[in-house]
Each structure stands twice: as C-alpha cells, then as structure tokens.
Design a protein around this ligand. Sequence first.
Ligand SMILES: C[S@@+](CC[C@H](N)C(=O)[O-])C[C@H]1O[C@@H](n2cnc3c(N)ncnc32)[C@H](O)[C@@H]1O
Length: 215
Amino acid sequence: MGLGKLLHRHEERADAGGTIDRPRAYEIFASIAFAGSRRAAFTRVATAAKPRAGDRILDVGCGTGYLSRILAPVVAPSGHVTGVDPSPAMIEYATRHASGNCTYVQAEGQDLPFPDGSFDLVISSLAVHHIPADARPEALREMFRVLRPGGRLLIAEFRPPANPLARHVIGALSGPAMRHDPRDLLGPLIPDAGFHVESEGDLPYLLYYVRATRP
Ligand SMILES: C[S@@+](CC[C@H](N)C(=O)[O-])C[C@H]1O[C@@H](n2cnc3c(N)ncnc32)[C@H](O)[C@@H]1O
C-alpha cells in the first residue's frame, strides 16, 4: 500500500498529492521521514523565511500547523500566524494544538479568503506539490495578492535524494506527490506571479527553498 492510501481518504490526482485527511497519521509519517530531524529541518525553513517580531504571517497548506507553531513565538506578541488548508481534519487538528497567536481557516491556496495586502510574509512548506498542477499559477498569484507591497514569500519543497535507490523507494512509497524535482515543480511559477526571486537553494534534510519578495 502506498503512502497516499494511509494519508488520504480519497484518491490522489495523478499530478498532485491532493488534500491530506489523516493528521495523526501524517504526524507519524513526518516524524519517521525526517528521522528525528523534523524540528531542525523546519527551524531551518522558518529561519530562511526571516520572520520579524510583529509580522502577520500566512501559512498556505499548513497541514497540522507544525511550521506555524515554530513561527508563532518569533512574531509574538503583536504578530500573528494564519494557516489555511482545504482539509477540515487538518484545520481541526491545527486549531486544537494552536498557540494564542495562531488561527486556522479552511481554504485552498488558489482561493484565499483574505483582502489584498493582508500579510507581511507568506510561507508554504511541502504544499505546492499537493495543489493540482493547473491551479498552481493561481495559488501563487493569490499569495502575491494577499502580501503587502514589500512583503516576503518563502516556499519550501521536498527535494528527492540524489541516490537512485533511495529516490526509487521514496517514489514507490509516496505515489505522485514526492517524485518531483523542486526546480521543475516550481519552474517559473514564482516570477510569473510577479515576485522578485531573491535566493533559492538546498536546505538540509531533503528540502529546497525559494525566497522572494513582492515588489
Ligand atoms: C505534505 S502536507 C504539508 C503540511 C505542512 N505545510 C507541513 O510542512 O508539515 C501538504 C498539505 O497541503 C494541503 N493541500 C492540498 N491541496 C491544497 C490546496 N489546493 N491548497 C492548499 N493546501 C493544499 C494538504 O491538505 C496538506 O495538509
């Protein structure tokens, strides 16, 4: 049985991971997948986003809220983290584990229920490959729209291992969701949405990041 069957109650699309509806199973999978380094890996992602005290942060495809819980104390007391995910089970889990300055809303990345310019920083970890391929350009345009001018974007995606055997095993276990090369997956999506790409590259623990700003 592929990982998809464990984490999803319905079929994944061939071009995307789709929603994840089993938060507890996802937490167990993520702990195993990062082999004890999940906290370190996500702390690196959070640091790469360069959060500042007082920031209003949006976490797109927040899942269980793991990354937003790392960012929340950094922007406290005046800053706030809002997470969105289309999975009601993920939103329920994240809300139950939330700290005081985190809020979670059920929504898709390609249809964000926020006014223009509402956030200082938009982050998204391991979620773009879950958005249907034909909706990804709109999702990036939505992230651009809800950022204030000068606002920042940090996308972190899975980077398959270089070792062909490890790559094959992960691909076989994960279904379509984690076979991509992040450079191919993200391609021109970010600049095409209007962002200025500042830096990109590998992070430890099989992650890849792109940091950009809204001019
Ligand atoms: C692999 S999880 C990552 C969760 C979290 N960001 C993390 O790093 O642990 C991908 C998440 O993307 C969500 N997702 C699926 N389709 C989405 C969409 N159209 N817009 C936003 N998120 C989506 C899934 O429900 C899932 O919670």
